[in-house]
Design a protein. Structure first.
Length: 231
């Protein structure tokens, strides 16, 4: 097994890896590879195994933040909770959008059934969720969309695409019919984490090959300036 994953950012307290699509964070119940299989190689000379700070779905590729010690993990988790993290996703929706940009605000709840398993739905008594979006490109009847979620609800972008834009993500088997792609076409393209007086963590993940194969080009993305530390 190749135990190397691409590293997008590294310093003494953080790693950002480029998670491939199809790699789950937690070990699957039926066996198979997960992030856990790569943690030993990601120690990179440190004694402790790095710890994932947030989650990406099994199918979602791109920026995943790992903390290299428990204190850093606690601070990074608090930054996510306080919305001091800028997340930028690219998604391909199955169809055409009339508007060019907008903001989706929905209250979301989790439901489950024996037939369909669990999923998120808009519900008045659910937890609030906010995603800003803009249309980037159209190719062969599909639309490339930039999503910037403010909140981090489970499946947020996937249900926002369906319920907010009226179109599911291409290949999504839960909120769409699973057709058009071999996986749910969602990619965590950029991550910026503020760290107080320290320079922020800034990571950018290149557009995956399966996005490029649909005819989309890498969109331009402004990298936030990183100020030099006085310390």
């Amino acid at each position: 097994m190749n135990t190397q994953l691409p590293i997008l950012f590294e310093d003494g307290e953080a790693l950002v890896i480029d998670k491939p699509a199809g790699l789950p964070i937690d070990p699957p119940r039926n066996g198979g590879l997960s992030l856990e299989n790569y943690l030993e190689a990601l120690k990179l000379g440190f004694q402790r195994l790095p710890i994932a700070v947030h989650r990406l779905d099994h199918d979602t590729s791109g920026c995943l933040l790992l903390a290299r010690n428990p204190k850093a993990h606690k601070r990074f988790a608090a930054a996510f909770e306080a919305r001091a993290v800028e997340k930028r996703y690219l998604g391909v929706v199955a169809g055409l959008l009339e508007a060019d940009e907008g903001t989706i605000e929905l209250a979301l709840s989790k439901i489950s059934s024996a037939e369909a398993g669990w999923r998120m739905i808009p519900a008045r008594k659910g937890k609030p969720s906010i995603t800003h979006w803009r249309k980037l490109d159209v190719q062969n009847g599909n639309t490339l969309v930039e999503f910037r979620p403010e909140t981090g609800r489970t499946h947020q972008i996937r249900i926002h695409a369906l319920a907010g834009l009226g179109l599911p993500l291409l290949g999504d088997p839960i909120y769409g019919d699973g057709s058009g792609a071999k996986r749910t076409m969602l990619h965590a393209a950029g991550l910026t984490v503020q760290r107080g007086e320290k320079p922020p963590i800034v990571a950018i993940s290149p557009m995956p090959l399966d996005f490029l194969a649909l005819g989309f080009a890498e969109p331009e993305f402004e990298v936030p300036p990183v100020e030099a530390s006085d310390g």
